[in-house]
Design a protein around this ligand. Structure first.
Ligand SMILES: [Mn+2]
Length: 356
């Protein structure tokens, strides 16, 4: 008991000493985006609160990040936000919220921060990637998701905008895009070769057509089974950065994970990522040193069957974000450069040493 407490004290001293060293803290801007109009279920706007309650800020700070938490953005409700084309829901609300988010992300990246957007539904990626691209026009996107989210407003089976964000961003698709009310501010900022999907397993017919005909790189769960996650990440980086390095935007939908791990989400699909695959993806992205912005979306605390399911889903999202910013399974993320020796007890430990 006393040995353990004196060791703990020594560890604490080491940590204190490490804190006094001048080091470049990783600056992370945290933006809460409690937005749910990209789909019709209630609750995904409580995602940011659930992630904060699961200790997100403390986890990032514990990894040595300087966290600039801007709290939650407030989004104006647009009255009389009628269906577009008798099909697409809440176009004006989604367009306006994304405009607000794009400005916030752009400001954070301009300030030299890595920007973490916590949603909210996946329609938010329109604003988050647009804002990021304003500062980093050559960014590459890694989209981790069960779904491709690349329907156009004319092909969407559900009418939900969280299934369409990528179509607004791709230059090649613009002649297929109608003018949606609320979206006139958007400038498409990605080419088809700038995005890689990981984890797909529920792709609509028009989405499959787009992936194939526009030559978009994707690794479905089948490819992960076939190649293994290590090869998938190798090929992802080769595709995005074979010729030159570039800032990475990671857009992570929690439904990429198997529903047994992430049950509190709106559109779960069986056969998803394991915990270890999810950690490997984000550890590898961290290791590039090029991660510049992250979205963590679709955690819906009202959809868990029990409080335990909600907590497990939120904790998983926090684990993913921690791995993005340096948490490693092999340890050694805090400074520790000398083991304590029993031959050199200091003053404060003398009493306990005698007892030993
Ligand atoms: Mn998604």
């Amino acid at each position: 008991m006393s040995l353990r407490s004196s060791f703990a004290r020594l560890l604490r001293k080491q940590a204190d000493a490490a804190l006094q060293l001048p080091k470049a803290a990783h600056a992370v801007a945290l933006l809460g985006a409690p937005f749910s109009r990209g789909q019709k279920r209630r609750g995904v706007d409580h995602g940011p609160a659930a992630l904060r309650a699961a200790g997100l800020v403390e986890r990032l700070a514990g990894l040595g990040c300087q966290v600039y938490d801007s709290g939650d953005l407030s989004f104006t409700q647009v009255p009389n936000d009628e269906l577009y084309n008798n099909r697409v829901s809440y176009p004006r609300s989604v367009g306006l919220a994304n405009q607000v988010l794009a400005d916030a992300v752009s400001r954070a990246v301009a300030a030299g921060h890595s920007c973490v957007t916590i949603g909210g539904d996946h329609s938010l990626a329109v604003g988050s990637i647009s804002g990021h691209a304003r500062q980093c026009p050559h960014l590459g996107v890694i989209w981790v998701d069960a779904h491709a989210d690349i329907n156009t407003p004319l092909t969407t089976p559900s009418g939900n905008l969280h299934g369409q964000p990528v179509s607004f961003l791709l230059r090649e698709l613009q002649d297929k895009m109608p003018q949606l009310p609320g979206f006139s501010w958007i400038k498409p900022c990605l080419s088809a070769s700038d995005i890689v999907y990981i984890g797909l397993r529920d792709v609509d017919p028009a989405e499959y057509y787009i992936l194939k005909n526009y030559d978009i790189q994707y690794f479905s769960m089948r490819e992960i089974d076939r190649l293994g996650i290590q090869k998938v990440m190798e090929r992802t980086f080769e595709h995005l950065m074979g010729r030159r390095q570039r800032p990475i935007h990671l857009s992570f939908d929690i439904d990429a994970f198997d529903p047994s791990l992430a049950p509190a989400t709106g559109t779960p699909v069986l056969g998803g990522l394991t915990y270890r695959e999810g950690m490997y993806i984000t550890e590898e992205i961290h290791n590039t040193g090029l991660l510049s912005a992250v979205d963590m979306v679709e955690v819906n605390p009202l959809l868990g069957a029990s409080p335990e399911e909600v907590t497990a889903t939120a904790r998983l999202a926090v684990d993913v974000l921690a791995a993005c910013f340096g948490q490693t399974r092999e340890g050694a993320h805090t400074a520790f450069d000398e083991l304590p020796t029993p031959s050199s007890p200091d003053e404060s430990d003398r009493e306990e040493q005698v007892r030993i």
